[in-house]
Design a protein around this ligand. Structure first.
Ligand SMILES: NC(=O)c1ccc[n+]([C@@H]2O[C@H](COP(=O)([O-])OP(=O)(O)OC[C@H]3O[C@@H](n4cnc5c(N)ncnc54)[C@H](O)[C@@H]3O)[C@@H](O)[C@H]2O)c1
Length: 292
């Protein structure tokens, strides 16, 4: 059976892990990105997603590369609020995502998974969260241009799925993506918990993010949906409820949060997609304290 997937942003931090996971899962992978990959694991074609024609060709077929793909994993973006100016971030990201959704619609590629972001839930939490653990029912509160674009991308996805009932568009609201090399820095957060308050001390291992992409691609129901994708623990050793008391006193705690358990919930992703995060920072840092 044909399993060809176009990955946008396959040269990036999350994209590299996704390319590895997809190749290992038996997909024929085509990476489309402005930047070349650091370690090529599949074909790479340079493309600018803000040019619709290039996106249509990338998905429809390119001589000697492929003559169509079965699925799209759209990860390319300016990946945060602090990498470029507000307008540059907003315009690049929302334009790219419109082009990806529209090209998929034109070519009837119904299996599309893309990177949304936890940041639309209130980053950088200068205002307290409405409740914890954050889940898919918490009101969306984008506070910066980057997360406003992610919010509007989700709105677009809902409409694209309304237009075509066979379309699947799954938005994975990734937490802060970490590679194993990032974990050595984690113990230093303990001295300055405020430095990670902006996402309620959350993270996701890039390999677990890639697993969520595989799970979302395998999910066979059409329609639009979103899922929080995060580790099941925080980046801290201080218990999570102590952090809440110190930084967000009085915020409603809706379910039991033991020890250093995460302040965002992947229960929906587990229930519907079968997603389970398997990689923990503590397993990569010798002697890391465990309060769980
Ligand atoms: N890094 C995080 O903590 C985080 C958290 C939540 C969501 N996300 C989302 O996950 C996705 C991947 O993030 P990442 O951390 O791997 O970022 P990254 O910067 O490492 O990779 C993004 C890639 O997108 C490419 N790109 C950007 N604009 C492009 C364009 N117009 N045309 C073609 N390629 C373009 C870049 O060249 C880059 O290789 C992004 O959509 C990001 O918003 C990231």
């Amino acid at each position: 059976m044909s399993k060809k997937v176009a990955v946008t942003g396959g040269s990036g931090k999350l994209g590299s892990a996704c390319v590895v996971a997809l190749v290992e899962d038996g997909w024929e992978v085509f990476n489309f990105d402005l930047a070349p990959p650091r370690e090529p694991r599949c074909s790479f074609t340079r493309l600018d997603l803000t040019d619709y024609g290039q996106v249509v060709e990338a998905f429809a077929g390119i001589d000697e590369l492929h003559d169509g793909v079965d699925a799209v994993v759209h990860l390319a973006a300016i990946p945060g609020a602090t990498h470029a100016g507000n307008a540059a971030t907003f315009v690049n990201n929302i334009t790219a995502t419109y082009h990806v959704f529209q090209a998929a619609r034109l070519l009837e590629i119904h299996n599309v998974v893309w990177a949304s972001s936890e940041t639309l839930l209130g980053y950088p939490f200068n205002r307290p969260p409405v409740y914890v653990p954050l889940d898919e029912d918490v009101p969306k509160l984008p506070e910066v241009a980057y997360s406003l674009a992610k919010d509007l991308e989700e709105e677009m996805a809902a409409q694209f799925c309304r237009w075509d009932p066979e379309q699947k568009l799954i938005g994975l609201r990734f937490s802060n993506v970490m590679a194993p090399a990032d974990y050595e820095e984690f113990p230093s957060y303990e001295a300055d918990p405020a430095s990670r308050k902006w996402n309620l001390w959350s993270y996701i291992d890039a390999r677990d993010g890639a697993q969520a992409v595989l799970d979302a691609l395998a999910y066979d129901q059409p329609g639009f949906d979103t899922f929080v994708i995060a580790a099941d623990e925080t980046v801290m050793s201080t218990p999570s409820l102590e952090l809440m008391d110190a930084f967000f006193p009085g915020v409603e705690v809706r379910s039991e949060i033991d020890g250093t358990a995460a302040l965002c919930s992947t229960a929906k992703a587990h229930r519907i997609l079968g997603f389970t995060p398997n990689h923990r920072w503590r397993d990569h840092v010798p002697g890391a304290a465990t309060n769980r």
